[in-house]
Design a binder for this molecule. Structure first.
Ligand code: RIB
Ligand code: CA
Length: 309
């Protein structure tokens, strides 16, 4: 049994990633830790609890984490995911509640509980993980793998021309994580905007299954669908967090990945949050991360659609 910890800023694509992880019988999610990002912390916690209820399997404890980035003011993305982060579904409050204790402490405890086995997947800004590794540097040797939905890979940014949202919200935290010695894999936004993009045909397929859970996963992404049409002229929606989650669950879906020295720009206003990837070793610095550049889109959709339906 593989042991996972998921850190999330729970908006609509995070919800799909959480549902698919909780319905994967090959892993056990030991904890869900929540960080402010897409949404203020309270709403992100509420949506994590909704995700567990929608998954319909088991209820890992959910822990409240950082309510803002290390240094910067919080930037949220209701314009992408809706005021509730769930496509304006305005669901009744979840019956589940968050566990006592802080997310950062729980990350440290779970790493110590499963040394060499714990696999962390981060779906939001890296504030919680940065705080954990600052408080307990030893977790770098205990964590088996960190898979980060973050960065723009070889593509463009989605918040600025060069910066992807999760790194743009807290670039300082991302640099702390890169300095930590944790085994890092970045899965950039570019991995969710190619053939992995959820098209109208995919949406029709999911709705035709008659699965209420599949319909929920489409419905909660309504604002994201509108945003893609309005801002990118595309019909459908990208699912960056589920792409990163499936890369973590099934690394064999990764079709291109490079090891490189990476850094996150945190001084420049023009390029704040950019993931600098020294792919051609121009800086002569040792690799400190791998960067996934492409996954098998057909396998991604096969696994995702089966899992959520
Ligand atoms: O840039 C995409 C990322 O930012 C995803 O994790 C999405 O949920 C938002 O957090
Ligand atoms: Ca997210």
């Amino acid at each position: 049994m593989r042991h996972f910890l998921i850190d999330t800023d729970t908006a609509s694509d995070d919800v799909v990633a959480l549902i698919l992880a909780l319905r994967d019988l090959s892993i056990h999610v030991e904890a869900i830790t929540v960080v402010a990002g897409n949404l203020p912390l309270d709403l992100a916690v509420t949506n994590a609890l909704h995700s567990i209820e929608q998954a319909g399997t088991y209820a890992p404890p959910v822990y409240r984490g950082a309510g803002k980035p290390l240094l910067r003011p919080l930037i949220t993305s209701e314009f992408v995911h809706g005021s509730d982060g769930m496509g304006e579904m305005n669901l009744p409050p979840p019956t589940l509640t968050a566990a006592p204790g802080h997310a950062v402490d729980r990350i440290i405890e779970v790493a110590a509980q499963y040394p060499g086995e714990i696999e962390i997947v981060t779906l939001g800004p890296l504030t919680n993980l940065a705080l954990a590794v600052l408080k307990a540097p030893e977790i770098a040797a205990q964590v088996k793998q960190v898979t980060i939905m973050g960065g723009q890979g070889r593509g463009a940014g989605n918040m600025t021309p060069v910066a992807e949202f999760n790194l743009f919200v807290d670039a300082e935290a991302a640099q702390v994580v890169l300095n930590s010695g944790l085994p890092l894999r970045f899965v950039g936004w570019d991995c969710s905007t190619d053939e992995t993009f959820i098209t109208q045909q995919d949406i029709d397929h999911l709705m035709a299954t008659g699965s209420a859970r599949a319909a929920f996963c489409v419905r909660c992404n309504t604002t994201l669908i509108d945003y893609n049409a309005r801002s990118w002229g595309k019909v459908g929606f990208d699912l960056p967090d589920p792409v990163a989650m499936i890369a973590a669950l099934y690394p064999d879906v990764i079709r291109e990945e490079i090891a490189a020295f990476c850094a996150v720009e945190h001084r420049s206003e023009a390029t704040y949050g950019q993931l600098i990837i020294d792919e051609h070793r121009l800086l002569n610095r040792p690799s400190n991360a791998s960067v996934c550049l492409k996954i098998d889109a057909a396998r991604f959709k096969e696994i995702l659609f089966e899992r959520i339906s």
